[in-house]
Design a binder for this molecule. Structure first.
Ligand code: MG
Ligand code: MG
Length: 272
């Protein structure tokens, strides 16, 4: 069942999403060779609580930490640990925050020091595929239109689209209907209407789309051991159009990335 949100509820969801955005922006400055994913997790939990929220993932389905930390060949759902990040790694950080009863949930894949050009390209294409998907998120379109667009863009670049894990509706629950696959057929699936809020999250593998799961019951890895990237935004449908509630602005500010790509998906650009 899809739970539609009022405009007031969407503003509360924006607040939760922006706490995640700011947390990722804070982490952007801390991701460097030598830092452990557990140390980053500890910083994030404190930051989220300082902003009046609770970590959305901590304890969810018994997940042990506040962040999912998935380096290199890990796709998603990696558990923070005491292994230091190394020069040339990439690390997908997925973060959740719960405030006023509503979840924010978004993710970014960071470069650790200098990264190989082909890995940089994987990250760029995955991030761009997220925006390609968001552009399809308008009233009258269907779930399959988003999935088709992401899949086409990704496969045209020769990468694998993970099938087993998908985006989702978002609200008082972290995972609500509808499921939002990163693959699909045009014109298929549920129709978008005003008041829907979803998390779109392409998970893109440099090689095969196939994955395996570690016996920790969580960590998802690429089957061929090649790198994977993951970017996620929270988006509402307002006035028939996509309205991004989360933002990479704080990450971009921290990393010196200049872009206005998100402005097309927001009624009013976010200020400083
Ligand atoms: Mg997420
Ligand atoms: Mg999600």
């Amino acid at each position: 069942m899809i739970v539609l949100k009022t405009l007031e509820e969407i503003e509360l969801m924006r607040e939760s999403a922006l706490i995640v955005s700011k947390t990722l922006g804070m982490l952007a400055k801390e991701v460097k060779p030598g830092v452990t994913t557990l140390a980053l997790d500890t910083m994030a939990e404190a930051f989220i609580r300082d902003h009046g929220a609770v970590p959305g993932f901590l304890g969810l389905y018994d997940f042990p930490n506040s962040l999912c930390m998935s380096p290199n060949a890990q796709v998603v759902h990696g558990i923070p640990n005491k292994e230091p990040l190394k020069e040339g790694d990439v690390i997908s950080i997925d973060c959740g925050a719960l405030k006023n009863g509503f979840h924010g949930d978004h993710a970014y894949t960071f470069e650790v020091g200098e990264v190989a050009p082909e890995v940089k390209e994987l990250l760029e294409v995955t991030k761009q595929s997220l925006y390609v998907g968001i552009a399809e998120l308008k009233a009258g379109n269907r779930v399959g239109d988003v999935g088709y667009a992401i899949q086409k863009y990704t496969e045209d670049h020769g990468y694998g689209v993970v099938r087993e894990l998908v985006g989702h509706g978002l609200g008082r629950e972290m995972h609500e209907d509808p499921q939002m696959p990163n693959y699909g057929k045009r014109g298929r699936g549920k129709k978008f209407v005003n008041g829907m809020v979803v998390a779109i999250e392409p998970m893109t593998n440099m090689g095969t789309k196939d994955i395996i799961q570690l016996n920790d019951g969580w960590t998802i890895l690429t089957k061929d051991g090649k790198p994977s990237a993951h970017f996620e935004h929270d988006i509402a449908i307002v006035d028939g159009k996509p309205e991004i509630l989360s933002t990479f602005k704080y990450i971009n500010d921290a990393l010196g990335i200049v872009t206005n790509v998100e402005d097309q998906f927001r009624a009013k650009p976010y200020g400083a």
